[in-house]
Write a protein that binds this ligand. Structure first.
Ligand SMILES: NC(=O)c1ccc[n+]([C@@H]2O[C@H](COP(=O)([O-])OP(=O)(O)OC[C@H]3O[C@@H](n4cnc5c(N)ncnc54)[C@H](O)[C@@H]3O)[C@@H](O)[C@H]2O)c1
Length: 439
C-alpha cells in the first residue's frame, strides 16, 4: 500500500518540524482532517506555549489549538514514530546576504537521527534551487545511515501562506508539489490534496519547485522596487505618486503594485537566495539585486521626507514630538522580524529625532529584545507634531484621520502627517489642514 494511503488511514504519522507561521497551520490542518500528526519544534518555550493552547502566530487561533489532536513535542525521539516529514524551519540570511542554512541543516540532522526506512521528507522552507538535493539529502543520509532513493525519498513543496490574510489561507491556496521520482510525487501530492481545497500543482522535479518560490517572491520584490523608484522620482518632481498609480491602474494591463517598505522574512529575504545561487553559477543578478537595494533604502527615504515636511512647515524637527504608528513588517500581523520600519526610526534618530513607536499587535518584550526599542501604548501618545503611519493596521484605518488627529498637540502650530501606506484618501488629506506627505 502507498505511504499516502497509510497516512490517510491513520496507520502512519506525519511530523511537522518547525511550528511557526508555516508549520503550525499545517500541523493543525492535517490533524483537523483526522490524520496522526506530531508537531516538533526545538524551542521548549514554543512547545509549552502551544501545549497551553496559545497561538503566538494568530494563524490558527487559541480555540483551534486547544482542540487539536497534534502531539506537540520537543523530544526528537517522537519523530521515530513518523513516516512523512514536513520541514518548516526558518531560512534567514546572514549579515552579508548569503543564505543561513543552519536551521534547515539542523532540522535535517534531527530527522536523520530518527529516520526509519520507507519515509518521505518534504521541505517547505524557502531555499534556492538545488538546496534540498545537494545540501539536505547528504545530511539526512549521514544522520540516518540510509540511502536516499532506496531507503527514503524527498520532495519540495513551497509554502505560499500570507500571515494575517483571512482570504488566502492554507486550504485555499494552490500548492506546488514535487518529488524526487514519480512514486514520491504521488505520495506527496495525495497527502497535500487531503487538506488543500484549491488543489495541488505538481511540477516535474524538486529544483523547479524550489525555483518557483524564489521566482514568485523576487518578482514581487522587483515590482515593488519599480514602484518605489517611481515614487522617489515623482516626489522630486512634485507629483503625487498615489494619484499616478491610481491613473496607471485604470489600464487593463496594469500590474497593481504599490510603493512601500519591503520587510519580513520572505519578500525581503528570498531574492537573496536566488541571487546567491545565481552568483555561484557565474550570473550577476542586476535586476533582483537592484530591486533589493532600492527597497532597502525606502525607510531612509520616508524619514527624510518627514524631516523635509517638518522643515517646510517651519518646525524644528529635533523638538517636534514624532510618533510612528505601526512597527510590524506588514499590516494586521504581529511579526516584527526584518521590519523596515526600524529604518525610519533609525534614520530619524541619526538626525536627532527620537520618535515614539506604537503597534497594536507587536509584543513589547520581543521589540525590546530584537531592536532595543521600547514600544509605547497608543493611549499614552499625545501632543504630537508629526505622525508617521508606517503600517496600515486595521486599527489605524478605523481611527481614520479624525481619530489620528486627536494625537496632535493643540498648540496652534502646523502639524505633519506622513501616510506611508496611503490609508487616508487624498481629498480627505487636502481638507484636513495638515501638512501631509504620502509615498
Ligand atoms: N511566514 C510566512 O509568511 C512564510 C510564507 C511562505 C514561506 N515561508 C517560509 O517558511 C519557512 C518557515 O517560516 P516561518 O515564518 O514559519 O518561521 P517561524 O520562525 O515562524 O517558525 C519556525 C519554527 O521553526 C523552529 N525551528 C528552528 N530550527 C529548528 C530545528 N532545527 N528543528 C525544529 N524546529 C526548528 C523555530 O523554533 C520556530 O518555531 C521559512 O523558510 C520561510 O521563508 C514563510
Amino acid at each position: 500500500m502507498a505511504l499516502s494511503d497509510l497516512i490517510i488511514k491513520g496507520e502512519k504519522s506525519i511530523a511537522v518540524v518547525g511550528l511557526g507561521y508555516v508549520g503550525l497551520p499545517l500541523a493543525v490542518a492535517f490533524a483537523g482532517k483526522g490524520l496522526k500528526v506530531i508537531g516538533f519544534d526545538i524551542s521548549p518555550r514554543k512547545i509549552e506555549t502551544l501545549k497551553n493552547g496559545k497561538d503566538p502566530t494568530d494563524e490558527v487561533g487559541d480555540e483551534a489549538l486547544k482542540n487539536t489532536s497534534v502531539l506537540f513535542t520537543n523530544d526528537e525521539k517522537e519523530l521515530k514514530n513518523a513516516s512523512f516529514f514536513i520541514v518548516t524551519v526558518p531560512t534567514p540570511i546572514n549579515f552579508d546576504h548569503t543564505p543561513d542554512l543552519t536551521p534547515v541543516i539542523s532540522a535535517s540532522e534531527i530527522i536523520g537521527r530518527n529516520l526509519t526506512p520507507g519515509s518521505v521528507i518534504v521541505y517547505e522552507s524557502t531555499v534556492y534551487p538545488g538546496c534540498t538535493e545537494d545540501t539536505c539529502v547528504p545530511v539526512l543520509e549521514k544522520g540516518s545511515g540510509l540511502s536516499c532513493g532506496t531507503d527514503f525519498k524527498v520532495g519540495y513543496s513551497p509554502e505560499r501562506i500570507n500571515p494575517g490574510d483571512k482570504v488566502h489561507r492554507l486550504p485555499t491556496i494552490k500548492k506546488i508539489v514535487s518529488g524526487m521520482d514519480r512514486e514520491s510525487l504521488e505520495d506527496i501530492k495525495a497527502v497535500y490534496d487531503f487538506i488543500i481545497e484549491a488543489g495541488t500543482f505538481p511540477v516535474s522535479n524538486i529544483r523547479t519547485a524550489e525555483a518557483i518560490k524564489v521566482a514568485e517572491n523576487s518578482q514581487r520584490d522587483v515590482n515593488i522596487a519599480f514602484m518605489n523608484e517611481l515614487a522617489m522620482v515623482f516626489d522630486r518632481m512634485g507629483i503625487d505618486s498615489g494619484e499616478v498609480i491610481e491613473g496607471m491602474n485604470t489600464k487593463w494591463n496594469a500590474l497593481g503594485f504599490r510603493p512601500g517598505l519591503v520587510g519580513g522574512h520572505c519578500i525581503g529575504v528570498d531574492p537573496y537566495y536566488f541571487t546567491y545561487q545565481a552568483e555561484r553559477l557565474g550570473v550577476h543578478s542586476t535586476i533582483v539585486l537592484g530591486g533589493r537595494a532600492v527597497n532597502d533604502g525606502m525607510g531612509r527615504f520616508v524619514a527624510d521626507a518627514a524631516v523635509k515636511k517638518m522643515k517646510e512647515a517651519g518646525l524644528d524637527p529635533e523638538t517636534v514630538k514624532t510618533v510612528i504608528l505601526g512597527l510590524t513588517f506588514k499590516e494586521n500581523c504581529r511579526d516584527i522580524r526584518n521590519t523596515r520600519v526600524v529604518d525610519i526610526y533609525n534614520r530619524l534618530l541619526e538626525q536627532g529625532i527620537k520618535a515614539d513607536i506604537c503597534d497594536p499587535g507587536a509584543v513589547k518584550e520581543d521589540v525590546q529584545r530584537e531592536y532595543g526599542i521600547e514600544l509605547r501604548d497608543i493611549e499614552d501618545i499625545k501632543d504630537c507634531g508629526c505622525i508617521i503611519v508606517a503600517v496600515a493596521h486595521k486599527e489605524y484605518k478605523e481611527m481614520g484621520i479624525e481619530g489620528i488627529s486627536k494625537l496632535y498637540a493643540r498648540d496652534g502650530k502646523p502639524k505633519v502627517f506622513i501616510d506611508v501606506k496611503g490609508i487616508v484618501p487624498k481629498d480627505v488629506l487636502e481638507s484636513s489642514g495638515l501638512v501631509w506627505w504620502r509615498l
